[in-house]
Design a binder for this molecule. Sequence first.
Ligand code: 5GP
Length: 118
Amino acid sequence: MNMTYDPQNIFARILRGEIPNKTVADTEHTLAFHDIAPHAPDHVLVIPKGAYVDFADFAARATAEELVDFHRTAARICEGYGAGYRVISNSGGHGGQEVPHYHLHLLAGRPLGPMLQR
Ligand code: 5GP
């Protein structure tokens, strides 16, 4: 994957406060907010505050504190989805990643169907 981080990507602008968001959680290293075009009744994006392009970049370069804070923040939100949920992270062209700042999609609120179209 292209590991060059684009500081003008939309999530970087959200982190700088240039674009508003509907915040769900805001911790030292992590921000979670509602997706602007939800695919399910509950659709939350969880992003690290650091400049990471995708899952592999975050896993390789983040500090232990960032890794723990990010996953525990996401997990706390998931704990509220009593009927179940799905976590997705897209990367690169084949992964369908639109915003090149690492994020998890937390999806819930209805039966989500099969994981992928075959
Ligand atoms: P990706 O395709 O990169 O995995 O997902 C990017 C997600 O960001 C999409 O679900 C899209 O709806 C969401 N998104 C794009 N721009 C904005 C924005 O300005 N605000 C919010 N809250 N979500 C956005």
